[in-house]
Design a protein around this ligand. Sequence first.
Ligand SMILES: Cc1ncc(C[n+]2csc(CCOP(=O)(O)OP(=O)(O)O)c2C)c(N)n1
Length: 561
Amino acid sequence: MPQTVARLLAESLEAHDVDQIYCVPGESYIGLTSALIERNSMRLVVCRHEGGAGFMAVADGRLRGRAGVAMVSRGPGLSNAMVSLHSAYHDATPMVMLVGQVERKDFGRLALQEQNYSRLLSDVTKQVIEVNEPEQASEALARAFHIAESGTQGPVAVILPEDIFDEETDAELNPARPRVVAGPRAEDLDRLADMLAKAERPLILVGGALLADAVLDKSVFPDLNRFAEEWVVPISPTHRRPQLFDATHPHFGGYMGIRVPPALIGEMKKADLMVALGERMTDTVSQSYSFPSAPQPQLPFVHVWPDPNEVGRVWRPDLGMPCGPYEVIKALLKRGAPADAGKRRGWVDGLHAIHRKLLAKEWEPTDDGLNFAAIVCEVDKHLAPDATVTTDAGNFGSFVHRYIGFRQSQVFLSSVVGAMGSGMPMAVAASLRRPGTQVVCFIGDGGALMMGNEIATACQYGGNPIMVISDNGMYGTIGMHSYVRYPERPFMEGTRLTNPDFAAWARSFGAEGITIRDESEIAEGIARAFAVKSRPVVVHCHTSGIQMSAWRRYTRTETLP
Ligand SMILES: Cc1ncc(C[n+]2csc(CCOP(=O)(O)OP(=O)(O)O)c2C)c(N)n1
């Protein structure tokens, strides 16, 4: 029976298990909106900024292991959403973005808000699919989900002209395509097992593709732990993937984040083998292409990533395995550890000891505002085993990574590529997706006013994230870089911010607002925040400008206000 393209698309979204779509409405896709409302099978979350809607879809993609879906209008709407596409593309996060387009008869005339999406989005999406034939609408959607979720996962944009929705079509619904996962080749596995058996000081990095596996399969974490213990190897989660391994597990070999502290990286560099399991590898993980050095690693390097285009793209691995990382772990477990794996006990213990020392909850007070370390450590005391933590981009995040010992049962969400504005929308999405659990967003005063207005979306849909703002009165990260690179030049004016009373700002949305100015107010303030539960909370923390990160202080304090 013929039906409209809009109805067919709504059915197709359902067939892909979509139950929630983040959007900012637009006239260019109103036909699809009304079909979705008529069908009433999925929640439309109406957001305040397309970047916010996009980041919520990114978070949804990570939380469910399926592409999250955002729907935005043409031109200005899509332009606002681009930051989330950029982030999802770099972070290899599955996402489908539905984008309205001008009517087909007007293509190429520079009609109102017309853009050429194939050109515009070519470097921020895996693919742009323009749907100009009603018969192909459902097939296009199935293709979009498949591309977003397979190989190197990422965002796909589906472009839908305004006049296509009410057209009728006989086309059948195109069901979801099966998930495809490549396994390791037997000879590669032999080599890996041999390299691992011979290594005395191996480093095992675990990254985003393994996390994606873990969301879909509950046995990933137990098997990863068993692999660490039986093969006696240290496990290092990579940049912004800290929950891949329990921080207190004796095989935690140190967090391979951005700028690993000297004590740890010095020891890590004694490794005689590096295996990247499900980590694409970037400059952040590799300490600016120095470990492993690019393009020729200074130590034997094995790269496991589910896409042959990535394995060997920047680094020349000794062994490249373009397959699913969990497939490799399962295969190694089946094979069994070498009899003398215990020879690596000292190496594992040594790395772990350095990591535990770095994790110690020690900090010095500051007299120009709170040391954010004190806030983060207090929050950590309240975090439940199933809590979600999100961070925006900025130096305040270094305290989170230094002082919170994440667990595999917790969820951590952030823009791996470091897009400001991501933290709060991700927290809103987590709060809607995981009702009844704690969700905490750490954010700077810069990020808070970039996309923090999505707190309105949380209020509207019953989310209750806690937004912990580090207000140091500046874009601190940039101030720090400026100070480090050009110490003789003034820098404050280029980074200084005049802020609102964030607690009053929160209350104006209907959220709870709490202010913390002094260390003596921390315990009570944070306890109050966790007690609220029924609505979002903002904790406005007046933090130090001198303590610029968890690892650095200014020494030339005379340039600060
Ligand atoms: C969308 C976006 N714009 C700009 C930047 C560059 N940037 C990185 S961190 C930062 C400052 C963040 O300031 P704030 O949120 O106050 O946190 P702080 O660094 O002070 O802790 C800026 C501007 C970015 N990463 N993303």
